[in-house]
Design a protein around this ligand. Structure first.
Ligand SMILES: [Zn+2]
Length: 337
């Protein structure tokens, strides 16, 4: 046994996560819609009129500037805002968010924004210092996880010998992976945008309802599909799926943290032990992770290797949420058979 190193962790999950691999089964998906144009038309002012005392009537109405922290927050915000507000993302969509270090551009983006949307629950470890540096007194902050009942570790977490600390404490931040909680995040974002930009209330409401409807459909698909395989057991390498497991009665039996680089013989042994102990049938890795070690591990153990996506990286299209979740659902339903 290795001494578990428990530092209170902030956000440091980087590699642990990526490297991660999960043995799991689940997924979801949905879709969203963007909408509307809100461009004020600029009347062509005949030059003749220009010199007058008449104040120039119409300049293009400035759109509300919104920054969202990382991918799922960007998807949800963009789905609600459509083209009515300008939405930017702080963490580049191909970058590991748990490990993210803010850039000067991030500070600038926050300094120039009216609204900031975050997941919260410790997910954006880089954010507080960055917001402070931006010193934007007028910034409206939206905490998308407001009011959501959090869970901590729902199963034993085996830390790696290398000391990667992937401990979320009692608040696991991966709430977006449960379509029902995602609905609440979308509602929180909608309400925050309306508060910051009440003139466009009707647009935000309509966009949010369309996306929420897609989330509800997705939830139904998960329920219907996964009820055929009750109590499906899994082990994951990235502690990203407790909300999904809870929602659809999957049994997460353990989280085995594995460093993405330099998997040591001890790490491998831990994974092997956990797989044997819990009689897991499938190993789940993550998209974008080099799976050579896991591939050979799964071969040695006679297990299949699948990918479960924590939706932390990928396309910025708001509909990507639904595609990735449906792909996860397919993976889960196959692996849970
Ligand atoms: Zn994560």
């Amino acid at each position: 046994m290795f001494p578990t190193q428990k530092k209170p962790v902030k956000f440091k999950l980087p590699k642990a996560i990526l490297s991660t691999i999960a043995f799991l089964l689940l997924s979801v998906s949905a879709g969203c819609s963007e909408s509307n144009q809100n461009k004020a038309t600029i009347p062509e002012t005949p030059q003749a009129q220009e010199a007058n005392s008449t104040p120039k009537p119409t300049q293009e109405v400035a759109k509300t500037r919104v920054v969202a922290t990382f991918l799922p927050m960007y998807w949800f915000t963009k789905a609600v805002a459509g083209d009515t507000a300008n939405v930017d993302i702080l963490v580049p969509p191909e970058t590991e968010v748990h490990d993210y270090q803010a850039t000067p551009q991030n500070v600038k983006a926050i300094a120039n924004a009216s609204v900031l949307v975050k997941n919260g629950l410790g997910m954006e470890g880089f954010l507080d210092g960055t917001v402070k540096s931006a010193s934007n007194a007028k910034l409206t902050r939206i905490d998308a996880s407001k009011g959501i009942e959090t869970v901590g570790e729902i199963s034993p977490v085996e830390h790696t010998a290398s000391g990667h600390d992937h401990d979320h404490g009692d608040k696991n931040p991966h709430v977006w992976l449960d379509p029902v909680l995602a609905k609440q995040q979308v509602s929180n974002i909608r309400d925050g945008l309306i508060a910051a930009d009440p003139a466009n209330k009707a647009i935000y409401e309509a966009n949010a309802s369309a996306y929420i409807k897609q989330l509800e459909d997705l939830d139904k698909e998960f329920q219907q599909t996964l009820q055929k395989t009750p109590n499906c057991t899994f082990i994951t390498f990235h502690d990203a799926f407790p909300y999904l497991a809870k929602r659809y009665n999957l049994k997460q039996v353990a989280v085995v943290e594995i460093p993405e680089d330099q998997l040591s013989p001890k790490d491998v042994q831990k994974a092997v032990n956990a797989v044997k102990k819990y009689q897991v049938k499938t190993l789940f890795s993550e998209p974008g992770v080099d799976n050579k070690l896991l591939t050979s591990l799964s071969k040695d153990l006679n297990l299949t290797l699948n990918e479960l996506d924590p939706l932390e990286r990928g396309s910025t299209d708001s509909q990507q949420y639904f595609r990735a979740m449906r792909s996860n659902l397919k993976t889960l339903s196959n692996a849970c058979k």
